[in-house]
Design a protein around this ligand. Structure first.
Ligand SMILES: *Cc1c(COP(=O)(O)O)cnc(C)c1O
Length: 406
């Protein structure tokens, strides 16, 4: 129906509103990206509908596949990660799952570091076996031992730098050299580095040019959002064929995003580096202060000399560290005492996730990890995530809470 004919016919309010002819003028430019939402994407006509539109980030077909808002976020994240391609998913865990489910087949084995993010461990232990996919854990500080684990069925190796909770920085150079000589795909959980601490596609380019990971995922829930208000994940690649394999899985798994959430992550990106640097500096100061406390057996933070993997961190990541450190309390403090310390903190929230504005403290039971050979279970462990409060206020809060241990 032509505009002229339509204008002549009286229309009900609902029809008028849905088919309103006004179009805002072109030429709008502003700093923020527009929030484009859709399930339906409109085609010009049936010929347009019948013209193939690949899911390559350059055309629109259906809101589930992306809108100008989510394509913009994907492009900016690919740049952040030094990648060529980026897929967005509704959580960091969905990014982990996309990689493992998208790339592994029955009979394949995945190798997972023994200090990996807990949900990645549970995925390998409890979900992948039903697809005939097996797993083994490895010590990320022992590249020689890792090399001996590689067998023809090994099709994917997960890396995480630094490890969740115990924060060992892996021997990335040794591990990646072993993977490369074995021809196995490597996937990095880069949530800690956030694309800033190091380039996961080119680890230590001066000394080991060309050595890097194949796939780099991030929980955007953490630093890129920075607001403690969004769940989202990204999966970045350089190789087009690999991206297409992951895109194929992405399409079938039906991962979609709310564009208001995408907007929040876009809003976080301009301050990402400032926040990362500020939280890094505050975290290192508080970690060093805690290490000098008589109640503390050791502090785990890759930039602290003596922390596990410190030498590997120096090799690959002198550009920064995330806002996490863990404190192993002296064995004379049991769970009851350490819980009382955590409860006495006033500025630290008790809860999961990190890299938001509020500092957090969570006690962890590492007895499960002791079975995997991690040596920290002799004392109670508390992981701190430092937010954006002032360092002096956080230190005063820690000092006050530590007095309950006296
Ligand atoms: C939080 C986190 C994830 C998962 O992110 P969600 O968005 O919470 O699912 C994955 N890996 C690491 C290292 C994380 O810290």
């Amino acid at each position: 129906m032509s505009e002229q004919q339509r204008d002549k016919q009286p229309q009900a309010v609902s029809t008028q509103q849905i088919h309103h002819p006004y179009r805002a003028p072109a030429g709008w430019e502003a700093v923020p990206v527009g929030v484009y939402k859709a399930s339906t994407v409109l085609f010009k006509n049936t010929a347009d509908l019948r013209t193939p539109r690949p899911r390559d980030g350059h055309s629109y077909r259906y809101g589930l596949h992306g809108t100008p808002t989510s394509y913009t976020l994907a492009a900016r994240l690919a740049t952040l990660e030094h990648a060529e391609h980026c897929l967005l998913v509704p959580s960091g865990l969905a990014a982990v799952t996309l990689v493992s489910l998208g790339l592994l087949r029955p009979g394949d084995e995945v190798l997972v570091p023994d200090n990996v993010y807990g949900q990645n461990r549970y995925l390998s232990e409890s979900f992948l076996p039903q697809f005939g996919i097996t797993h083994r854990f490895y010590d990320p500080l022992d590249a020689a031992g890792f090399k001996a684990l590689l067998v023809p069925q090994t099709k994917l190796v997960w890396l995480e730098a630094a490890g969740s909770i115990t924060l060992e920085f892996p021997d990335l150079i040794g591990l990646l050299q072993a993977c490369k000589s074995h021809g196995v795909l490597t996937a990095m959980d880069n949530t800690w580095g956030a694309g800033l601490a190091f380039n996961a596609f080119e680890i230590a380019p001066q000394s080991h040019a060309g050595l890097g990971c194949d796939i780099v995922m991030q929980a955007l829930t953490k630093y890129p959002s920075g607001g403690a208000d969004v769940l989202m994940g990204s999966v970045c690649t350089r190789d087009l064929a690999l991206h297409e394999r992951l895109n194929h899985a992405h399409e079938h798994l039906g991962y979609g995003l709310g564009q208001n959430d995408v907007e929040l992550v876009l809003r976080g990106l301009p301050t990402l580096e400032l926040r990362y640097r500020a939280q890094d500096a505050c975290t290192r100061a508080l970690a060093a202060w805690m290490q000098a406390r008589p109640e503390v057996a050791r502090v785990l933070h890759p930039a602290l000399p003596g922390s596990p993997g410190h030498e590997h961190w120096l090799q690959t990541s002198s550009a920064g560290a995330a806002c996490l450190f863990s404190v192993v309390f002296k064995p004379r403090y049991g769970q009851r005492e350490v819980d009382a310390f955590v409860d006495a903190l006033q500025l630290f929230g008790i809860g999961y996730s990190w890299a938001g504005p509020m500092s957090l403290a969570v006690p962890y039971d590492m007895s499960r990890s002791r079975a995997l050979g991690l040596p920290y279970a002799e004392g109670q462990i508390v992981r701190f995530a430092i937010g954006l409060e002032a360092e002096a206020d956080l230190r005063a809060d820690l000092e006050r809470a530590l007095s309950v241990l006296a």
